[in-house]
Write a protein that binds this ligand. Structure first.
Ligand code: FMN
Length: 331
């Protein structure tokens, strides 16, 4: 059965979503995930205050490209009126949907009453969501957590009430705010939400999916409509194609060769430069090298070289060297 968000977004059977990730899920990273079969993606979260002030950082995060569709712009904030206005601003950027962040656990977001903080005030969350829904012609979705802490796991109520004010899908990270990223994600409440006969919208499970086996097992066990993957895709966008291939054929794909790793790294770098210019593009790429070559013995020396270089020609030369060196070693 095809999973639909609103009337127009058809994600096919059991979609895989790229989680919104600040400083990670920017257009260059999204490009390599798209190449590897992800079904839907989101921007990094964008501050509603920033959007209204027209801050450069927030505006740049609105950049989306045709080939990325379907794509959602994610917003967060604490003021209902600012979220309403942001919804209008985001709609002009023409994404496929708008997603609201009620999950971010980070102190300086929560302190201001945004992100997962709204889990402590469901009435306000509902009013905010309603305002965003009414301000746009686009489908609105929400990403949240199980609740604020162990004593107040309220996602069941949250799901019903947000569906009632018109959201079209809900992604649930199987942790509370108090857990931050610690411990194991618990998807059993996500299954409870999915089993609630009142819930008609797609429910996406999120948290700790880091292998084909886990994706297959948790799909079965927790009955979600699709899976959202964050950290495991960083430096490993192949996770999407590996999971998809497994679901389609029952067979495990081989992991990427060194040639593929180098290739994707080059593409990511090229897209980064195209998007942000040579200087910033090269600078922002530095955090990704170690991830692309995880598990390769003695990579540190190459990483040190890569992060010290200022010109993309030199970086490509080092990538040539890596390809050469490790292809030979593996042979
Ligand atoms: C570096 C980083 C940045 C993140 N930024 C966002 C964000 O902007 N918006 C959001 O809803 N969640 C954000 N998250 C949370 C992820 O979307 C996801 O819920 C979380 O990482 C759990 O999924 P995973 O175990 O597959 O990584 C971020 C997570 C990480 C690691």
């Amino acid at each position: 059965m095809s999973v639909k968000i609103g009337d127009h977004i058809d994600l096919g059977n059991f979609p895989l979503l790229l989680a919104p990730m600040e400083d990670v899920s920017d257009p260059p990273f999204r490009y390599v995930c798209k190449q590897n079969g992800v079904d839907m993606m989101y921007t990094e979260f964008i501050s509603s205050e920033g959007l209204i002030r027209d801050a450069a950082k927030s505006r740049q995060k609105l950049d989306i490209f045709e080939y990325e569709r379907p794509i959602g712009i994610q917003i967060f904030g604490s003021e209902i009126e600012h979220m309403r206005q942001s919804s209008e601003i985001c709609s002009l950027a023409n994404p496929d949907l708008i997603d609201i962040n009620y999950g971010c656990p980070v102190k300086n977001v929560v302190c201001k009453g945004a992100g997962s903080s709204l889990l402590q005030d469901v009435d306000k969350m509902v009013a905010m969501t309603k305002a965003v829904v009414e301000a746009t012609h686009l489908p609105v979705t929400v990403k949240t957590r199980l609740g604020w802490d162990d004593n107040t796991k309220n996602v069941y109520e949250v799901a019903e009430r947000l569906q009632d004010v018109g959201i079209k899908a809900l992604s649930i990270h199987g942790r509370t705010r108090a857990q931050m990223y610690k411990g194991q994600a618990d998807w059993s409440m996500i299954r409870d939400v999915k089993r609630n006969p009142r819930i008609k919208i797609p429910i996406f499970g999120n948290g700790d999916i880091d292998s084909v086996e886990k994706a297959a097992a948790w799909r079965q066990e927790f009955e979600v409509d699709g899976i959202m993957i964050g950290r495991a895709s960083i430096g490993y966008p192949w996770i999407f194609r590996e999971i998809k291939h497994f679901f389609e054929t029952g067979q495990r794909l081989e992991g990427p060769t060194i040639v593929e790793r180098v290739e994707v790294c080059r593409t990511h770098l090229t897209k980064s430069i195209e998007w942000k210019g040579e200087k910033t593009g090269i600078f922002e790429m530095r955090r990704h090298y170690a991830n692309y070559f995880k598990g390769i013995p003695n990579f540190k020396e190459y990483r040190m070289k890569l992060v010290g270089l200022q010109s993309h020609h030199e970086i490509h030369e080092v990538l040539d060297e890596i390809q050469h060196q490790f292809t030979e070693e593996i042979i």
